[in-house]
Write a protein that binds this ligand. Structure first.
Ligand SMILES: Nc1ncnc2c1ncn2[C@@H]1O[C@H](COP(=O)(O)OP(=O)(O)OP(=O)(O)O)[C@@H](O)[C@H]1O
Ligand SMILES: [Mg+2]
Length: 226
């Protein structure tokens, strides 16, 4: 039986996470793997309510960084127990659009909450459930903003995070790069300025080298040469 695999994608807004998640999940499904794509905050009924509070609800305006930290981690605690662990136990591949590294970087580095406190709360929330591999899509801010301007509906209001100034996003990028240096075997930095298919190839290469058995072996007939 296949073993469950947990993959997360990280990086600033507009760096290409959704694009790569969709390419990877299609590829894995074509190969016959069960794939569960989850997003943060959200992915459960409780988590989607928290997502609304964090992103658009008027009640969330003026939220203090401490509340923000606890809301993100509350959503994640629920996601781990309701969706991620059961999926991994079934042998599925779980692909998470953001996970605990977002909290380390956004609340710990960019919002400047005490790193030890953030790490403690992060650990408590995930209860030891960590990704096998995390892809950090690293992109400079100007290009990320260009991509978002091309993608987003100009009529749609930006969410609470998207209204942050450039200095916030520079801190996010620097925080992610430090994290990749601190956890080199789990967090793999990818140059996200390249074409989508090039990034996808590197992801597939890393996964086949690092996660034994993630790609099922070819069926007997395909392996024959005559
Ligand atoms: N490698 C790439 N080269 C050029 N454009 C890209 C690339 N990858 C994604 N894009 C485009 O950039 C935009 C942002 O990509 P995407 O939505 O995947 O980013 P994201 O990281 O999921 O953003 P968010 O954090 O806001 O969800 C989209 O319009 C997408 O088509
Ligand atoms: Mg996205």
């Amino acid at each position: 039986m296949n073993q469950g695999v947990f993959i997360s994608f990280e990086g600033s807004e507009g760096c290409g996470k959704s694009t790569q998640i969709s390419l990877l999940s299609e590829r894995l499904r074509t190969l016959g793997r069960e794939v569960d794509v989850l997003r943060e905050p959200g992915g459960t009924a409780l988590g989607e309510c928290i997502r609304h509070l964090l992103q658009f609800a008027p009640e969330g305006l003026g939220m203090c960084p401490e509340s923000e930290l606890l809301l993100f981690t509350a959503s994640r605690a629920q996601l781990v127990r309701e969706r991620i662990r059961p999926a991994l136990e079934r042998g599925a591949v779980v692909i998470c659009d953001r996970f605990l590294d977002s909290t380390t970087v956004y609340q710990g580095v960019a919002r400047r909450l005490a790193p030890d406190t953030v790490a403690f709360i992060n650990d408590f929330a995930v209860g030891g459930c960590l990704p096998d591999v995390t892809f950090l899509l690293d992109l400079d801010l100007a290009e990320a903003r260009r991509r978002m301007a091309a993608r987003n509906n100009p009529e749609a209001p930006p969410d609470r995070m998207e209204q942050e100034p450039d200095a916030f996003y520079e801190a996010v990028r620097a925080g992610y790069l430090r994290l990749a240096q601190a956890c080199p075997s789990r967090v793999r930095r990818l140059d996200a300025s390249r074409p989508e298919r090039e990034i996808e190839s590197e992801i597939l290469e890393i996964l086949s080298g690092q996660i034994h058995g993630i790609f099922p072996p070819p069926a007997f007939g395909e392996a024959r040469i005559s």
